[in-house]
Design a protein around this ligand. Structure first.
Ligand code: HEC
Ligand code: HEC
Ligand code: HEC
Ligand code: HEC
Ligand code: HEC
Length: 484
């Protein structure tokens, strides 16, 4: 009996249970011999001996991932719109404990007539996301993407301490790969079932000079300090577990710990992420801008379809009137890029300097007869959307911008590569001669409001989430100049 037949039989027996279709995505996160992994509550099982590690991890994004309202809303929409085809894909990385224990099946709900996956009503332990046990049980990284990990069920805690002091709770296993980016790789690279490159952090890093020089994810995201690996243990070189990046909790202040602390640490990291230079170019009657990426991967990186890095430029004449602006927002807080679905005034900011990613649905890729043809179409789309951060309309291939990863079969990247400097320019030739002052800010935010509004409309995201979203000023430049 094929899976579809089983499904139909099952449906006939109990309509209420529903039946998930063959997933478009195989479940890749596994354990040795498919044995169950013993999962413990960090705050109960580890805090007694590793108080500092637990204190840091509990405010991290790894602990936040299962509570993240944007993730919860997006998963809901992913199940509904893909007709259950995303299956366990999203939860493997965001709620790995639930994925391993098969706690969150994707089911057809006959009342709502939608595919649903309950990632809300879960045991609080499961919601703790990427817990200590998950990270410290990695036995093998099978592939450096899509959660293709094998977790050990032997209860040994793996790490880089070669001579650990014995303890009564667990045995330890020395594994030098814990000092390498490889342990992070398979969760920090996401390729969807249609071949769109959703997250590329590991790959961006791997093909940069950082990898060649041995500057790992841990070097920047798990800084070293002298302290105790465990209470009563010796003083050694140990590692921070805050995993500071760009995300902060978008829940109400009292619903997830570290609300202000994470905002401060994130803003501090972002202020080190780029060097921002602005120069008046009298010959060209232009302001030249350079953004030198200092991160160990692209800027932005990670969930790049959501991330926004852009320059806000406001120029005033000697009377103080604004004569030029770019990177300023529309009435709903969106950047005015050229994509009609994104904002109220598409195309009204032709000189916008924006760095991020547009997800695309390219019908020709779906219709292609061979893999070679797909490769050719993808190359054409990539070439056509490279020059500017404005439009995704390509000259000869039809491509639509889509908001969400499961709908995309390719992407248009406007990222600043690792060790690269983005160059931009504001053409001011339409301004009369005179004295001007320019204020520029390099800005970062983790979600465009249009994505959050769509999640409000289609997946019940709390509108207050939008209000808690910070925009971080990464750098500023002030400049007076005289146009001849
Ligand atoms: C009874 C105390 C105790 C408890 C409870 C405990 N540990 Fe440990 N753990 C230790 C000691 C002691 C060391 C060794 C420290 C040293 O040598 O500096 C250690 C070492 C480790 C290491 C490093 C292993 C290596 O070789 O690099 C990891 C990882 C670890 N523990 C994780 C955990 C996690 C996760 C939990 C909760 C599930 C936990 N521990 C619970 C005492 C404990
Ligand atoms: C040289 C230091 C450095 C190294 C090495 C590095 N990072 Fe980062 N990382 C940063 C900085 C700075 C930021 C903030 C700027 C940004 O978002 O790119 C960041 C941001 C991130 C983000 C959020 C990205 C976003 O824009 O949403 C993730 C996820 C991340 N890093 C993971 C990793 C992983 C995984 C590795 C290893 C493969 C790694 N980082 C290596 C410095 C580093
Ligand atoms: C995202 C993965 C990840 C998570 C989650 C995580 N750790 Fe770690 N941990 C690491 C890595 C990687 C190292 C080794 C870093 C190195 O040597 O460069 C480490 C090191 C350690 C060490 C050895 C001492 C040190 O700081 O180097 C202890 C103890 C430890 N972790 C305990 C914990 C506990 C307890 C938790 C949960 C509260 C936890 N870890 C959660 C990845 C993780
Ligand atoms: C089991 C999967 C998994 C592993 C292994 C893992 N991560 Fe993550 N990581 C995640 C997920 C999921 C998130 C996003 C959580 C969220 O914001 O909802 C995340 C978030 C982060 C962030 C914060 C990004 C931001 O935007 O603020 C950093 C930094 C990070 N991870 C670094 C690491 C490093 C370094 C390692 C290796 C030592 C590692 N991760 C291993 C799944 C993983
Ligand atoms: C292979 C692991 C992996 C898979 C599969 C995965 N994600 Fe993620 N996701 C991550 C990591 C790592 C981050 C953090 C990257 C960053 O900070 O930029 C992230 C970030 C996100 C964010 C942004 C979180 C925030 O608060 O800023 C959302 C929303 C999200 N993922 C939703 C999904 C959905 C929906 C799916 C399934 C369609 C999915 N993810 C599949 C690893 C994964």
């Amino acid at each position: 009996m094929t899976r579809l037949h089983q499904c139909i039989v099952l449906m006939a027996i109990t309509l209420a249970v529903g039946c998930a279709p063959e997933p478009e995505y195989p479940t890749l996160l596994t354990t040795w011999d498919d044995q169950a992994l013993t999962i413990t509550d960090p705050e109960k099982a580890c805090a007694e001996c590793h108080p500092q590690h637990v204190e840091e991890w509990r405010i991290s994004n790894h602990a936040y991932s299962g509570n993240d309202p944007a993730f919860i809303a997006m998963t809901k929409l992913a199940q509904a719109q893909s007709l259950g085809k995303v299956g366990q894909f999203c939860v493997q990385c965001h709620l790995p404990v639930a994925a391993l224990a098969q706690m969150v099946p994707s089911k057809f709900n006959v009342e709502t007539r939608r595919f649903e996956q309950d990632v809300v009503n879960l045991d609080p332990l499961v919601k703790k996301g990427v817990t200590c046990d998950i990270c410290h049980s990695i036995a093998e990284v099978v592939e450096t993407r899509n959660a293709r990990l094998v977790l050990a069920t032997d209860g040994l805690m793996r790490g880089t301490i070669a001579d650990p002091v014995p303890n009564r709770f667990h045995k330890s296993k020395y594994d030098p790969s814990y000092a390498e980016s490889i342990v992070c790789s398979s969760c920090h690279a996401v390729v969807n079932g249609k071949g769109a490159l959703i997250e590329q952090t590991f790959d961006e890093w791997q093909f940069s000079g950082f990898a060649a020089r041995g500057e790992t994810c841990q070097s920047c995201h798990m800084p070293e300090y002298q302290g105790q690996a465990a209470k009563d243990g010796p003083t050694r070189t140990v590692h921070r577990h805050h995993f500071v990046g760009v995300d902060v909790s978008l829940l109400p202040e009292d619903e997830f710990p570290g609300y202000h602390e994470m905002r401060e640490m994130t803003a501090a990291l972002l202020r080190t992420a780029a060097e921002f230079r602005v120069r008046f170019n009298a010959d060209a009657r232009a302001l030249d801008v350079e953004i030198e990426n200092k991160a160990g991967h692209s800027l932005p990186s990670g969930a790049t379809a959501d991330r926004q890095v852009w320059v806000e430029a406001i120029i005033r004449n000697s009377a103080g009137e604004v004569v030029f602006e770019s990177g300023t927002l529309d009435a709903r807080g969106d950047i005015r890029d050229a994509v009609a679905k994104h904002n109220l005034e598409p195309g009204t900011d032709p000189q916008l300097l924006f760095y991020g990613q547009f997800l695309l649905k390219v019908p020709a890729i779906d219709a292609a007869m061979s893999d070679d043809e797909k490769v050719r179409i993808r190359a054409r789309v990539t070439a056509a959307c490279l020059p500017v951060g404005l439009g995704v309309v390509t000259d000869d291939v039809e491509a639509m911008a889509v908001h969400f990863p499961w709908a995309a079969n390719w992407q248009c990247n406007h990222l600043i590569g690792a060790e690269k400097t983005a160059e931009g320019s504001y053409d001011l030739s339409s301004l009369p001669s005179g004295e001007y002052s320019a204020s520029l800010r390099l800005l970062y935010r983790t979600f465009p409001p249009f994505v959050l509004r769509t999640l409000e409309d289609l997946a019940g995201l709390d509108p207050a989430v939008k209000e808690r979203l910070p925009t971080v000023t990464m750098a500023t430049q002030q400049l007076n100049f005289q146009l001849p």
